[in-house]
Design a protein around this ligand. Structure first.
Ligand SMILES: CC(C)(COP(=O)(O)OP(=O)(O)OC[C@H]1O[C@@H](n2cnc3c(N)ncnc32)[C@H](O)[C@@H]1OP(=O)(O)O)[C@@H](O)C(=O)NCCC(=O)NCCS
Length: 174
């Protein structure tokens, strides 16, 4: 299924095989990977990009999107639906290439994907966990109406250290 979601100069669209080289340039950055799970590797190679894009292109309905800003591919955003008793929830994840930070792009992209998820994926809750030092992402979540639900103390072990994780969620029905 082909899908595009847009607001002003920001668009979410499906991935193309031709995105892989740019994905490496955007993603191969420790300032990004240190805020994400180890499943988002560093260094980030062309093989990582190609495997990720192949996986995204197979998803139906689509849940992982390339973010475009003024027609340029600048980052990724996606929802992963829960299983079993968590099947009415989804986790959201995102990153923006560092050269595009603080232009409001993640905020618009997150609003777009929340509207899409609530309208199309049979979910009533979208959540995520942010490492405590990641103030920018917490600010994005707050701007999009996410509520801070709590702090999971030392829940994350990353780069040989423990980190507190701040959990945020947004409900479809308030
Ligand atoms: C988090 C991230 C997605 C934000 O993307 P972005 O497009 O720059 O976000 P926006 O421009 O929409 O909003 C950023 C907000 O954080 C604020 N901010 C940024 N750095 C900050 C800091 N050090 N202290 C306080 N506020 C900060 C900005 O001022 C802005 O808020 P404002 O609109 O009230 O001024 C981006 O920094 C990123 O990709 N980081 C690495 C990956 C990551 O952390 N992913 C999320 C994991 S939970």
């Amino acid at each position: 299924m082909k899908l595009e979601l847009s607001s002003g100069n920001i668009k979410l669209r499906g991935f193309r095989k031709s995105d892989s080289a740019r994905l490496v340039e955007l993603a191969n950055n420790e300032n990004i990977s240190r805020n994400l799970r180890d499943g988002f590797p560093h260094p980030y190679t062309l093989q990582h990009a190609e495997e990720f894009i192949t996986k995204c292109m197979a998803l139906d309905p689509p849940t992982l999107f390339a973010i475009e800003y003024n027609g340029e591919y600048v980052g990724n955003i996606g929802l992963v639906k829960g299983n079993d008793v968590y099947r009415k929830s989804a986790e959201v994840g995102y990153f923006i290439g560092e050269e595009y930070w603080n232009k409001g792009i993640a905020t618009v992209a997150l609003n777009l994907i929340c509207d899409y998820g609530f309208d199309n994926l049979d979910i009533i809750r979208i959540h995520t966990g942010v490492y405590e030092h990641n103030i920018a992402s917490q600010r994005v979540l707050e701007k999009c109406g996410f509520v801070k639900e709590g702090v999971f103390v030392k829940a994350v072990f990353k780069k040989e250290m423990f980190w507190n994780e701040v959990r945020f969620a947004k409900l479809r029905y308030l």
